[in-house]
Design a protein around this ligand. Structure first.
Ligand code: C2E
Ligand code: CA
Ligand code: CA
Length: 430
């Protein structure tokens, strides 16, 4: 078995070993698997504990990997924080996943250094010869691709799969055309009216982004928002949607004092205070009262980095913007954390509202959220109202606001006036 040398790269030895094993495999028909491992957080260990400590961790990791291997398998240190393992005499490709999980499990532990204890873990990609590639270089490429995809998808291990690659390519294409669509102004907003349930009048609208792709037709926001969220595109998209929403809402509702426009804010934007400047700039450009803007954030968005989220939300609140928790009831925010947030609105997730007329359990949840919101001095919005019975129940439960297909589907700004003219709801006070 190979003894990792942390000063030198063992890539050449890996290539020789693969040449040897693939030749044997061509004769015997037995499979060969290549696994590539990337240590997580190794740069931080090097930076905070020094390079000597980093080398020690590499040596200890190599020992742990070796302890999980059979004598016939090979281990190679092929780069800074990268290891490769060659598994030979495999009867079926299924055992590769098990081997990878065993190795990952052995790496995932605390490492005792002279001065401190550090934790390390790894992410891995694997490919099998001849199932995923017909030669050595193809096998290396496939394992690297699997590692890249595992990292992208935040998984511990992925084995090469051609369909995963084509999905990844589709997403990359989608990202490119979304970027172009933003440049060319090909996106638009649709507006879903929100009703003050107790007063029977329009209280505002939620702005929902729409994309009519030249070749693929309408693409749902659930499909392209997650793509945008993986890059800085989401910043551009959010800045665009806040500006367009303010402009179109102010145009539609020239002197509405009570009305407000709600815009969705992605999780990623709560991880930096940059959004505060973006919002302030947009309010200035359109001369909008901060009270006319509601920003909707989901519970999960806040939980990934609660401290930064709290800082960002506090600054937006101080600016006078209303903050709303979207999809409430589907996340796991603790009531203690909720109480600390400068949030004035809860939006009950539509999964509880849609069928509440027929499901007593859903009704109980809706009633509890309404009471919780009011006890915390927050107002409450029900989304996903699809029938008159649910609407009536919400009114009698004291729910403040509502939106849903029964009231109106999201529509372009130009249709709002006609809709309001025909609908039984009054315009907000001027
Ligand atoms: P969301 O914020 O929960 O938005 C409400 C979704 O529920 C919208 O879907 C809306 O069309 C749909 N909806 C409204 N009433 C009903 C109803 O009565 N029944 C049913 N079944 N559905 C109803 P849409 O427009 O497809 O948006 C999906 C999600 O995409 C949104 O969920 C939001 O998370 C995200 N999204 C939309 N626009 C933006 C945006 O501009 N920025 C960001 N960051 N996210 C957005
Ligand atoms: Ca929303
Ligand atoms: Ca929602």
């Amino acid at each position: 078995m190979n003894q990792p040398q942390f000063q030198c790269n063992q890539r050449d030895q890996l290539l020789e070993q693969l040449d040897r094993q693939l030749l044997r495999s061509r004769g015997s028909g037995e499979r060969v698997a290549l696994l590539v491992f990337n240590l997580r957080g190794f740069r931080e260990i090097n930076m905070t504990c020094g390079h000597a400590a980093g080398d020690t961790v590499l040596r200890l990791v190599a020992e742990r990997i070796r302890s999980a291997l059979r004598p016939c398998d090979g281990l190679f240190h092929i780069g800074n924080d990268e290891f490769a393992v060659v598994l030979t005499t495999l009867k079926s490709p299924q055992v590769v996943s098990l081997a990878a999980q065993k190795i990952l499990h052995s790496i995932d532990t605390d490492y005792e250094l002279p001065a401190e204890v550090v934790a390390a873990s790894a992410v891995a990609g694997g490919a099998v010869f001849p199932d995923h590639a017909g030669d050595r270089d193809g096998l290396l490429r496939s394992a690297d691709t699997a590692l890249h995809l595992a990292r992208e998808q935040e998984q511990d291990f992925l084995i090469y799969d051609a369909s995963l690659v084509s999905r990844e390519q589709q997403l990359a294409n989608l990202k490119r055309s979304l970027s172009k669509a933003l440049d060319n102004n090909d996106l638009m907003l649709h507006y879903q009216p929100q009703i003050d349930l107790q007063r029977g009048q329009l209280s505002g609208c939620e702005a929902l982004v729409r994309w009519n792709h030249a070749e693929q037709g309408w693409i749902r926001p659930d499909v392209f928002i997650p793509v945008a969220e993986k890059s800085e595109l989401i910043d551009t998209l959010t800045y665009w949607s806040i500006n367009v929403a303010l402009r179109e809402w102010l145009e539609f509702c020239v002197q509405c004092r009570d009305g407000a426009i709600a815009v969705n804010l992605s999780a990623r934007l709560l991880q930096s205070t940059e959004i505060v400047d973006l919002v302030s700039r947009a309010l200035n450009i359109w001369g909008a009262d901060p009270g006319a803007l509601i920003l909707e954030v989901t519970e999960s968005a806040m939980m990934s980095d609660p401290e930064t989220a709290l800082r960002v939300l506090t600054r937006l609140h101080e600016m006078g913007v209303t903050l709303s928790i979207d999809d409430f009831g589907t996340g796991y925010s603790s009531l203690a954390y909720l109480q600390k947030l400068p949030v004035s609105e809860l939006k009950i997730d539509r999964s509880f509202v849609q069928h509440m007329a027929d499901r007593p359990q859903d009704r109980k949840i809706v009633r509890s959220i309404i009471d919780l919101a009011h006890n915390l001095d927050m107002r409450v919005v029900a989304e996903g109202i699809e029938d008159q019975r649910s609407l009536d129940m919400l009114v009698s439960m004291g729910c403040d606001y509502g939106q849903g297909f029964y009231i109106a589907r999201p529509m372009p700004a130009g249709q709002l006036s006609d809709w309001l003219h025909q609908a039984p709801w009054r315009k907000p006070a001027a």
